[in-house]
Design a protein around this ligand. Structure first.
Ligand SMILES: NC(=O)c1ccc[n+]([C@@H]2O[C@H](COP(=O)([O-])OP(=O)(O)OC[C@H]3O[C@@H](n4cnc5c(N)ncnc54)[C@H](O)[C@@H]3O)[C@@H](O)[C@H]2O)c1
Length: 383
């Protein structure tokens, strides 16, 4: 299979590597030779690490031999079966690119975007055959993260959805279907709620940053606390994705902590200071979080809005409960899916917690979803 990857940055170089590892002939495009050479070096480095860990089925040189780079879009898109677009999250840029891809790529090729927040339907509008435009939302780093959210636009056809699922499998990934291109899809919506509520509990004086992170890590078994994760990935990354989701109708009042940090340039590990302080900017260092600090945190309050969001996704037909649980396990590393966590805590407690958060903030997003209310009344379980 001939594959084109447009944009060779954080996500693009990783997707190109996955495609080459799966046996595809890959052409990568970017705006300069220098950036393309850098991407090739990053892929070479990643392959050598995978080789050291015994994770390669083939030697790195033969994988590399399937990768070409080219600044000409015309050459890169010629004769491809699939295009992966991984350019920055700017609507104009993506639209411009899809218009060109529509002209240059074969008419039956799949046109996939890795966008985190732009509706697929909006991108598909500039293409003659919108049925072939789809979201294939890989997670960072694509080489290691097992999940791909397959996002349908209004006009994406079943045929291309199936093709995207097959490709994900070929790349060794687990696909989760997102039937409507709601801002943030599944994982970022659930995460946005968890992070914002973590922040609300701190700013309303109910608890501390360390207590929240401790409860999430040591009582719920999450790989990182909410603030620790923000520092790790970059507070700017989350702040900007959540802003983009809000601009597209995701209802979330801003809890000020993230914005303050973003405006001060205290972005986490990369700047040496975020919600925690690190000995050296840019160098990974685990935040110090005590196991006891989270003992008194109310878990139902902490996760209730994330569970309410997952229930909204089910009621709106965006995804199935099983897929939402798979997405939160695979995309966020939770030991149980977010709905499974809700069932374990008890949906009545989740609803009570939402009502308390609503009283505390007067924010409508804490209103218990009508499906949650039904579940509580009937005692039914979402499976
Ligand atoms: N970084 C993440 O954690 C992450 C996770 C999931 C999805 N995404 C999404 O993936 C996409 C790419 O994000 P990223 O983090 O890889 O960005 P990035 O900035 O690391 O890389 C983008 C690359 O695109 C190149 N580019 C810019 N204009 C171009 C053009 N006209 N033609 C070809 N290449 C061009 C840039 O030079 C750069 O190399 C975005 O839509 C983002 O929302 C990012």
């Amino acid at each position: 299979m001939k594959v084109a990857v447009i944009g060779s940055g954080t996500m693009g170089h990783g997707i190109a590597q996955l495609a080459a590892m799966a046996g595809c002939d890959v052409s990568i495009n970017d705006v300069s030779e220098e950036l393309l050479n850098r991407a090739v070096e990053r892929i070479r480095w990643s392959l050598s690490k995978m080789n050291e860990g015994g994770k390669l089925k083939e030697n790195a040189d033969s994988i590399m031999s399937r990768i070409r780079v080219n600044v000409s879009l015309n050459d890169v898109l010629n004769g491809v079966s699939v295009m992966f677009e991984a350019v920055p999250e700017t609507l104009d840029l993506k639209l411009r690119l899809f218009r060109v891809a529509d002209e240059l790529a074969p008419h039956d090729s799949l046109l996939a975007t890795n966008t985190s927040s732009i509706p697929i339907t909006e991108i598909a509008e500039v293409v003659q055959q919108p049925e072939r435009v789809i979201g294939m939302h890989f997670f960072n780093p694509p080489q290691l993260m097992p999940l791909v959210e397959i996002v349908r636009g209004k006009k994406t056809s079943d045929n291309y959805v199936n093709k995207a699922v097959d490709i994900s499998k070929q790349f060794g990934k687990e696909a989760v279907l997102v039937n409507r291109d709601v801002p943030g899809f599944i994982v970022n919506r659930v995460l946005a709620r968890l992070m914002n509520t973590s922040c609300v509990l701190v700013t309303h004086g109910a608890t501390t940053i360390e207590s929240i992170d401790s409860a999430l890590k040591y009582r719920l078994g999450f790989p990182m606390g909410a603030f620790e994760l923000a520092d790790y990935s970059g507070i700017d990354v989350f702040y900007l994705v959540f802003q983009a989701m809000k601009e597209r109708g995701f209802m979330m009042h801003e809890c000020p902590l993230f914005e303050e940090k973003y405006k001060r340039g205290e972005l986490g590990i990369k700047t040496g200071l975020g919600f925690y302080k690190y000995p050296e900017a840019g160098k990974y260092h685990r935040a110090v979080i005590s196991t006891e600090a989270g003992t008194n945190v109310d878990l139902a309050m902490l996760v209730s809005s994330a569970i309410n969001e997952a229930i909204w996704l089910v009621r709106e037909g965006v995804s199935e409960p099983r897929d939402i649980d798979r997405a939160t396990k695979l995309g966020l590393g939770y030991p149980q899916g977010i709905l499974e966590i809700g069932n374990k805590i008890g949906m009545q407690k989740i609803m009570n917690a939402l009502n308390s958060l609503r009283e505390l903030t007067s924010w409508d997003e804490y209103e218990p979803d009508s499906l949650l209310q039904e579940i509580v009344l009937s005692g039914a379980k979402l499976t």
